[in-house]
Design a protein around this ligand. Structure first.
Ligand SMILES: N[C@@H](CCC(=O)N[C@@H](CS)C(=O)NCC(=O)O)C(=O)O
Length: 212
């Protein structure tokens, strides 16, 4: 059984989407970030960076229970364990890993900073807002270019790269619409991709985790 430690955020939902796509029976342990549960002794032993998501797989098959934090590592582990959503070798595999790492190192952190400076912070810093708005807009343009000539981020197959990016882009269309000055309007390929992923039943189920 896989136990998913998560909360109602884009990083957590990447993993619930993946588990739903795999059709697995899994347990959910909500980690209430508002109550600072990410700093509890129990969760700190699982995720030393005090961030969700994390998983504990009590039946990895060939070893002791697996304990994994960082969404990119979890997605790669699940894809390899179940042989889905990540090509086994060559260009298709590394294209998916490229976009997965791009999400965790660029898209996620930049959207996170934009969310802090443009939405959550009481004090508004024009320089920081401009800096992160421009960078997020640039990253969405990179996606738009890729999706203009490919069905999915890593090519013609749906992969863990799409699963990693979708909850963040979806959240941006809702929460940062104003801050991003309707940047989505002139990105038809990105919109097409968003609708295609949103239509997947597993994505709809995964986006509703955790049930609060
Ligand atoms: N690079 C990490 C980022 C994880 C992350 O930022 N998680 C956020 C929720 S989306 C969190 O747990 N925040 C709690 C905190 O910052 O105290 C990953 O991809 O798993």
């Amino acid at each position: 059984m896989i136990n998913l430690y998560t909360w109602a955020t884009p990083n957590g939902r990447k993993i619930s989407i993946m588990l739903e796509e795999l059709g697995l029976d899994y347990a959910v342990s909500p980690v209430d970030l508002g109550k600072q549960e990410q700093f509890s002794a129990h969760f700190s032993a699982i995720s030393p960076n005090h961030k969700i998501p994390a998983i504990v797989d009590t039946e990895p098959g060939d070893s002791e229970p697996m304990v994994i934090f960082e969404s990119g590592a979890i997605l790669t582990y699940l894809a390899e364990k179940y042989g889905q959503f990540l090509a086994p070798h060559r260009q298709a595999r590394y294209s998916a890993l490229e976009w997965l790492h791009w999400q965790t190192s660029a898209l996620g952190p930049m959207l996170g900073q934009l969310g802090f400076f443009a939405v959550r912070s009481q004090e508004k810093s024009p320089l920081a807002i401009t800096r992160f708005t421009e960078e997020v807009d640039r990253l969405f343009s990179v996606m738009e270019k890729q999706l203009s000539s490919h069905a999915y981020l890593a090519g013609e197959e749906y992969s863990i790269a799409d699963i990693a990016c979708y909850p963040w882009v979806q959240a941006a269309t809702v929460y940062f619409k104003q801050a991003l000055n309707n940047t989505f309007n002139d990105k038809p390929a990105l919109q097409r991709w968003l609708h295609t992923i949103a239509d997947r039943p597993a994505v709809q189920l995964g986006m509703a985790v955790p049930k609060l």
